[in-house]
Ligand binder design. Structure first.
Ligand code: DAT
Ligand code: MG
Length: 140
């Protein structure tokens, strides 16, 4: 089967805490290939597009504010079933409940605003992955 790609973001909380390298390490240790890695400060327009599926939900305002509070490390990872594979590495959305052994379970917690500071984003399907990669890395 052909290789697949996914978009991973180390969110500003993760970059601020010095965990960008640890996330890259876990992606590489799992055996996926890095196709692109770039530190960038996302503007609001990009984030509104990125989170289009959540438009109108109560957490989207605070989410976009958090995501634009500092630089993110944007990563394109590649390999068979990498979309599912990275979601498995990342763990459940709520970092308080994410299983130990996962990125969120091991490295993230609730700091007073439930769920939102969960360290990483990973595309949720191959279709979302290609849409998100086109947004973040138009040249790829
Ligand atoms: P995931 O990032 O696991 O794919 P999602 O796509 O449902 O989760 O939500 C996108 C992000 O929005 C998530 O990483 C953190 C934030 N979020 C989701 N549900 C939330 C909630 N109930 N309260 C606060 N933030 C939330
Ligand atoms: Mg999602």
């Amino acid at each position: 089967p052909l290789a697949q790609r996914t978009l991973v973001l180390v969110k500003p909380d993760g970059v601020r805490r010095g965990l960008a390298g640890e996330v890259l390490r876990r992606i590489e240790a799992k055996g996926y290939t890095l196709a692109a890695v770039e530190l960038r400060h996302a503007d609001e327009a990009l984030l509104v597009e990125h989170y289009a599926e959540h438009a109108g939900k109560p957490f989207v305002g605070p989410l976009i504010a958090m995501m634009s509070s500092g630089p993110v490390l944007a990563i394109v990872a590649e390999g068979q079933r990498v979309v599912e594979g990275f979601r498995s590495l990342a763990g459940a959305t709520d970092p308080t409940l994410a299983a130990p052994g996962t990125i969120r379970g091991d490295l993230a917690r609730d700091w007073g605003r439930p769920v939102i500071e969960n360290l990483v984003h990973g595309s949720d399907s191959p279709t979302s992955a290609e849409r998100e990669i086109a947004l973040w890395f138009p040249a790829l």
